[in-house]
Write a protein that binds this ligand. Structure first.
Ligand SMILES: O=C1O[C@H](COP(=O)(O)O)[C@@H](O)[C@H](O)[C@H]1O
Length: 225
C-alpha cells in the first residue's frame, strides 16, 4: 500500500496556498486586479503547484517576482521559468505574469525598462512571499552585495545587483517596494533556515542578515522541517 499522507512540506505548501488565495480573493472583492509577488529558488515549487489548483478569477491576478538572476528566461536557474512551469498552469495560466528581465546584456541596462513594466502593475501588492537563503538574504538583498545599501534605501522599484557570492548578476525589487505590500509571508523549510531566522530575530543589523528588514512588516512565517 502506498503512503498518501502529505509530508510536512506539502502540508505547509497547501496551507500557504490557501492563505494566499484567500488574501487575493479578499482584495479582488474590492479592486479589479490583485498583485502577487513570489520568490524563486527551490522552496516554492510545491507551493506554486498547490496555488495553481486554487479557485480564483485568475484573469484578474497579476504575478511578478521578488528577484531574478539576469539569465535568459529558459535558463535552468531562471525564476521566471520556475513560475511558468509550476504556477502558471491550468486555470492559473490566465494570470498576467510580468518577469524581471529584458534582452539587455546587463541588469544595469535593463533595470529602468523593468521598473517601467513593474510600475504598471496593481501596487501595492496584495501579498509578498519572501524566501530566505542560509546567509539571511531575501529577494536579492544579499549581505555581500555592493548594492545592498541602495536596495534598502531607494524609492525606485528595482535595483541591479552584483554579489561576489553569486555567479550571476541579479535584479531585485527594492525593500521599499516590497514593504508597500498589504501582507508579507516568509516561506522557509529545514532546521538550518529556522536557526538563521532565530538569529535574525535576536539582533538588529540588517546588513548582516537582510531578512531583518522585513521582520516587523509584520512577517507571517510558514516553516516546516
Ligand atoms: O537566490 C534565491 O534564493 C532564495 C532562497 O532560495 P531557496 O532555493 O533556498 O528556496 C529565494 O528566496 C530567492 O528568490 C532566490 O532568488
Amino acid at each position: 500500500m502506498t503512503n498518501t499522507t502529505p509530508s510536512p512540506r506539502e502540508q505547509l505548501s497547501r496551507q500557504l496556498a490557501e492563505a494566499v488565495a484567500e488574501a487575493l480573493r479578499v482584495d479582488l472583492a474590492r479592486q479589479d486586479n490583485a498583485l502577487l509577488v513570489v520568490s524563486g529558488g527551490s522552496t516554492p515549487v510545491p507551493f506554486f503547484e498547490a496555488l495553481a489548483t486554487c479557485e480564483l478569477p485568475w484573469e484578474r491576478v497579476q504575478v511578478t517576482l521578488a528577484d531574478e538572476r539576469w539569465v535568459p528566461e529558459d535558463a535552468v536557474d531562471s525564476n521566471a521559468r520556475l513560475v511558468r512551469a509550476h504556477l502558471l498552469q491550468g486555470p492559473a495560466a490566465l494570470a498576467t505574469f510580468v518577469p524581471l528581465t529584458t534582452d539587455n546584456p546587463t541588469p544595469e541596462q535593463g533595470a529602468e525598462a523593468v521598473a517601467e513594466r513593474i510600475n504598471g502593475l496593481a501596487w501595492p501588492a496584495s501579498v509578498v512571499i519572501l524566501g530566505m537563503g542560509g546567509d539571511g538574504h531575501t529577494a536579492s538583498l544579499f549581505p555581500d552585495s555592493r548594492e545592498l545599501e541602495l536596495a534598502l534605501t531607494t524609492g525606485a522599484a528595482t535595483v541591479a545587483v552584483r554579489t561576489p557570492s553569486q555567479p550571476q548578476p541579479r535584479i531585485t525589487l527594492s525593500a521599499d517596494r516590497l514593504h508597500q505590500a498589504h501582507r508579507h509571508l516568509l516561506h522557509i523549510t529545514g532546521g538550518d533556515k529556522r536557526a538563521v531566522l532565530a538569529r535574525a530575530l535576536s539582533g538588529d543589523d540588517v546588513r548582516e542578515l537582510p531578512i531583518r528588514a522585513f521582520l516587523a512588516c509584520p512577517l507571517a512565517t510558514y516553516w516546516a522541517p
